[in-house]
Design a protein around this ligand. Sequence first.
Ligand code: WTA
Length: 635
Amino acid sequence: MSNYHIKHFEEYFQVYRKSVRDPEGFWEEIAEEHFLWRKKWDKVLSWDFSKPEVKWFEGAKLNITENCIDRHLRTRGDKTAILFEPNDPKEGAQHITYRQLHERVCKFANVLKEKGIGKGDRVCIYLPMIPELAVSVLACARIGAVHSVVFAGFSSTALSTRINDCEAKMVLTSDGSYRGAKTIDLKGIVDEALEECPGVESVLVVKRINSEVNMKSGRDFWLQPLLDEAYKDCSPEIMDSEDPLFILYTSGSTGMPKGMLHTTGGYMVYTAYTFKNVFQYKEEDIYWCTADIGWITGHSYIVYGPLANGATTVMFEGVPSYPDFGRFWDIVQKHKIKQFYTAPTAIRALAKQGTELIEKYDLSSLKVLGSVGEPINEEAWHWYNDNIGKKKSPIVDTWWQTETGGVMITPIPFSTPTKPTYATLPFIGIQPALMDEAGNEIRGNQVEGRLCIKFPWPSIARGIWGNQQRFKDTYFSAFENMYFTGDGALRDEVGYYRITGRVDDVIIVSGHNLGTAPIEDAINEHPAVAESAIVGFPHDIKGNALYGYVTLKDAGEGRDQDNLRKEINQVITEHIGPIAKLDKIQFTNGLPKTRSGKIMRRILRKIASKDTSNLGDTSTLLNPEVVEEIIKEAL
Ligand code: WTA
């Protein structure tokens, strides 16, 4: 039995038990047999959640890029490492082999060094989904610089805040980016941001859209001429297992974004191991994750996890709607994608388009479908399963977080029987607990509580950059000796987990706890509904009442709104009970979303409470204009 590759359900249980009984022994074996270390560790694990402090493979020496690139050169030198699919399909895909990737990363790393970047320096990467993004991430790791990727859709204010927080010395960007039929002036955004960032010494600019940009002399440099001059080999900086690998910002419920800090050895081991098993990756497979590398999903499951396994990983520059809504399926057909990993929000958007465009394409290569980022509602799950997977590709509903580094609760495809809306069982080595508000663990099945993790896993974040106190307060203070996820979950009669949503989104109505996700699930069952979001608002008698924002398919053409309101409450009553009925239903043309597709409930909550004076910064939203519309209609 190989513990590295789990092939059936019984094996999952065996390996799981082993990983929990003897975590140190288990992870030591995985680390030893499947990775390249320059020096072995002195100690597998030391931890104390009360401090908090976690160290994996202490004393070990390695470079993650040697594991992701160099060690594959002998056997996979000519295999495609990165398959780049550009925004415009006419431009044609680009295959970058492991050998070519090695050379590109080495050259880029040498350019960074020449510009004064060394071990421990922070480099901010603000690039679109082009090969240079993955290459620059790896180039930083090659020389021990700490990358901080900022999604290239964030505004200049969001960018400068992040650059200053981690005191980045350098910014990597491009002249601009393509997004469907539009172009975006990235360099202009960087220029604006840098007016607030005195610490940035240099900016390297990739030419992508051939636009006119302003180059500040002494600060800004075109990348290509520097690469042309650079030497094609760069020996990897030998890092300690606990040396920082990257910072990635994630928004908290309040205040500044949190710069989650991940380190090297444990992150590598866990992302590689989860990738192999969650996607059942086999040597010839072409794997595609539609996320952006600006998010944790892209870090762990476009770059590090796949490359550590010698996989072929697709990078898609464009959007699902360009040139038309068949683009995803066109890419699946063209590259014979085996594993397809996307977000429920994308699934719902595509489902709204009907199935005509899907029927034009051959999707028979698909083997595993993934979902991540938010609870997948029942309707979307079935749509995905029926129309994309044709009921033969298991859906892996993977629950995890920026903070966890890798997938935490998930089915293992072809092993774990799936169940719509359930992330099912903890991954190997993960020990979840459900807690009640008094701080006690809720044991047994058919229970619901706050989701915590009892024991460290190798890729847990080690801190918040520059603010360990906030790290402790946010994740390790709510429950003693536990990592608190901020999510609620229920455990069904067989022990399967279902994530019910952020606990900060729980609404207490007449003393009953109601999760927003299950109510939204119910509403979305209504055939006229495209999407919905529920928030609480103050109510004299019930404490809180429910306010529903609902977008309709085809903008609700030909429907009587009052009838629809009644029908929606009827569906809720059927699925959950009359207690979950909505007091107010507002039909909207869209819901305010973050760039990663999450609904901004904070804003909706304020509007529902008629408190629109201070909505905070809405400029980083995907669709800030929707907010104005909703306010106007609400009042
Ligand atoms: C939510 C994304 C339900 C959850 C990898 C979590 C999910 C937050 C799922 C983290 C899922 C993510 N089912 N909820 N499969 N995946 N979430 O940091 O609330 O962008 O806490 O990481 O997304 O979002 P983040």
